[in-house]
Every structure is written in structure tokens, then in C-alpha cells.
Design a protein around this ligand. Structure first.
Ligand code: A2P
Length: 336
């Protein structure tokens, strides 16, 4: 196992970047030297890691000198420009943006699902999937192994922290304005999220879908290596700060019973079954926030499609949906 690695976190001042630092610390990832990287706006600020203050540096080619692992979460443009530079200097890049997810030469990895695909990474870059995709495929994996996925219909209930620190601040300002009976500023979130639901991802005029939904289609197929899996998504932003929820309807090639699905999910890596509706027990975002597992409940046979399964899947979008998955990828590849 590696003794200690030089680790750059690009976007270290952002929501996912901060979570990356927490996850590295909590999992005792062997960091010999930390390089927190952000834009010129944050250069000179500090972040705390393992009890010490670390100065944030502005992104530049030289910050990647001697870096073993570069975790990127600073948006697609930053990743497109800087990930190849970091990789060319010998770093393993794990990129949380959507920049490389569709690239056939960049593996798209969820360690519980397709760890073997990380071995072939000709660009030195591994992509972290979209938050909604990650928690869905972790829950689908045991059902796919048993009965092979045919079709997945999913509605997401996505927390605002997925949009970053500025969006969370805008949402909290809306909540405060409502509490004080003031005017709600709808500009910063493309609408009012407080006491409301939004669909504010980039629309695809050709299909009528939002980009966020189309990511779930292509990424699920790439991760399972099966372009025939049909995915029908609807993405919704809900007034929750952290943890995404998903209502998932599954149809498999072989029929499944709820009992068998529950048994498979109970043994699945990364999954925790929380399922006793008669006692009011089911996964809730408020309980999932700050936790690692993908929580699965409401496991039931699909009343509208015999042999199919319905379930309710909740996970922390900043942790398993982003930072934790990225660090788990690095652990699989670098800490053998
Ligand atoms: P900065 O603090 O300097 O703006 P969030 O998604 O929570 O908004 O965080 C975005 C993260 O990405 C922040 O750390 C931000 O740094 C960083 N970032 C944004 N644009 C750039 C850029 N052009 N180069 C480097 N880091 C960037």
C-alpha cells in the first residue's frame, strides 16, 4: 500500500470539495501532502484538513507537479482544461464533472458496480458519475446481477446542494424572505424553490428532456455496459438541502419477488435496507445527510407490472453522490 500521497483537491472551497476533504480525513486516506486548489478568487484562503490549516492555491500547471491524485470538482470547463494537464504530470485524475463521462477512453466508475472498468484508463482520467445515477445504480446492481435489467423508470427528488454553495445560499435567502414576509428573489435559482418544486436543468429541445435526465440514461448504460437497458427519468429539484431521493420502478428480464429483492438488497455492498412502512420506517433525506450508505426502502412488487419491483432510494448527494464515490475510486486504484 502507498505510504503517503500528494493529493490535490480542485474546487477545495466548494461544497463537494469540502466534502472531499472530510471524506479523505474520515477514511484516513494516506495524504502526505494536501494541495487545495481553487480559482484566483479563493487564493490565499485556508481550508482545515487533519487539524491543520492549508493555504488554497490558484489553479496553474505547477500546482500539479508531483501530485499522485487529483480530485476535481470545479465544474466542467475547469475539468476540460485542467484534468489533462494534471494527468500529463502523472496524477490519477478522478473527475466529478460531466466533462469526460461520455468519453469512451474515460471509465465511469461506481466501485460497488463496475470497479474492473477502472483498469483501462488511457487518459489517466476516471469520471465520477452524476449524483442521481450513482445512488440509483448501487441499488440496481444486485437486481441486475440476479435478473438482468430491462427497464428503469425513475423520478428524482434532488437536493439543492448538488448545485453548489451559491445555490444553497440563494435557497436559504428565499426561505428567510418567506419567513419574514419579504420579496423572494427568484433570479438566482431560476425560480422559487422554497415551498415549491423546480425543473431548472438545461432543456434538450430535441427530446424535451432536461440534461440531468439524459445523463441518467447514458451513464446507467455505460456503467452496466449494457446499451439495451431502457431508462425513463424525470428530474425534480426539491426544497431539501442535502440528500437526493428517487422513486424507482424496475423491470427485469427474469421476474423478481419483493422478498427476493429485499434479500438481495440486504446483502448488497453500499446498500442499507430501511423498510418497515407499517412502523413509519423508510429512508428520509434528513437521516441520509452526512451518511455513507445508499438507503433503500418501500421495496414492493409493482402492482402495475407483475414481476417488477418498486423502491425508494435515498443517499447523501455530496457524499456517495460525489465526494465519497470519488475517494472510493482512488482507494480502489491507488491503495492496493
Ligand atoms: P472559488 O472558491 O475560487 O470560486 P461550488 O460548486 O460549491 O460552487 O464550488 C465550486 C468550486 O470550484 C469552488 O472551489 C471554486 O473556487 C472552484 N472553481 C470555480 N471556477 C474555477 C476555476 N475557473 N478554476 C479553479 N477553480 C474553480
Amino acid at each position: 500500500m502507498a505510504q503517503g500521497l500528494k493529493v490535490a483537491v480542485v474546487g477545495a472551497t466548494g461544497m463537494v470539495g469540502a466534502e472531499m476533504l472530510r471524506v479523505l480525513e474520515q477514511r484516513a486516506f494516506p495524504v502526505a501532502e494536501l494541495v487545495p486548489v481553487a480559482s484566483a478568487r479563493s487564493a490565499g484562503k485556508t481550508v482545515t484538513f487533519n487539524g491543520a490549516e492549508h493555504r488554497v492555491v490558484e489553479i496553474a500547471p505547477e500546482v500539479f507537479e508531483g501530485v499522485d491524485l487529483a480530485l476535481f470538482s470545479a465544474g466542467g470547463d475547469t475539468s476540460r482544461k485542467w484534468s489533462p494537464i494534471a494527468a500529463s504530470k502523472g496524477a490519477l485524475v478522478v473527475d466529478n464533472s460531466s466533462a469526460f463521462r461520455g468519453d469512451p477512453d474515460v471509465p465511469l466508475i461506481v466501485p460497488e458496480v463496475n470497479p474492473e472498468a477502472a483498469a483501462r484508463r488511457p487518459k489517466g482520467i476516471i469520471a465520477n458519475p452524476n449524483c442521481s445515477t450513482i445512488q440509483m445504480v448501487v441499488a440496481l446492481k444486485p437486481l441486475h446481477d440476479e435478473a438482468r435489467l430491462k427497464r428503469v423508470v425513475v423520478a428524482t427528488y434532488q437536493a439543492i446542494s448538488g448545485s453548489g454553495a451559491t445555490a444553497v445560499a440563494a435557497f436559504e435567502a428565499q426561505e428567510a424572505a418567506i419567513a419574514q414576509g419579504g420579496e423572494v428573489d427568484k433570479n438566482k435559482l431560476s425560480g422559487q424553490l422554497s415551498r415549491n418544486l423546480l425543473m431548472h436543468w438545461k432543456p434538450d429541445p430535441e427530446t424535451g428532456y432536461q440534461e440531468e435526465e439524459l445523463k441518467m440514461v447514458s451513464e446507467t448504460r455505460k456503467i452496466f455496459g449494457d446499451p439495451a437497458i431502457a431508462v425513463s427519468p424525470t428530474a425534480v429539484r426539491v426544497p431539501v438541502v442535502t440528500a437526493h431521493s428517487e422513486a424507482i420502478t424496475v423491470e427485469t428480464h427474469e421476474p423478481l419477488t419483493a422478498e427476493r429483492a429485499r434479500e438481495l438488497l440486504s446483502k448488497a455492498e453500499g446498500v442499507q435496507v430501511v423498510d418497515d412502512l407499517s412502523q413509519g420506517i423508510y429512508p428520509q433525506p434528513i437521516d441520509a445527510a452526512g451518511q455513507d450508505p445508499v438507503y433503500v426502502g418501500r421495496i414492493r412488487e409493482d402492482v402495475g407490472n407483475p414481476g417488477g419491483i418498486q423502491m425508494w432510494v435515498v443517499s447523501d448527494n455530496l457524499r456517495k453522490g460525489a465526494a465519497l464515490n470519488a475517494v472510493q475510486i482512488a482507494e480502489k486504484v491507488l491503495l492496493k
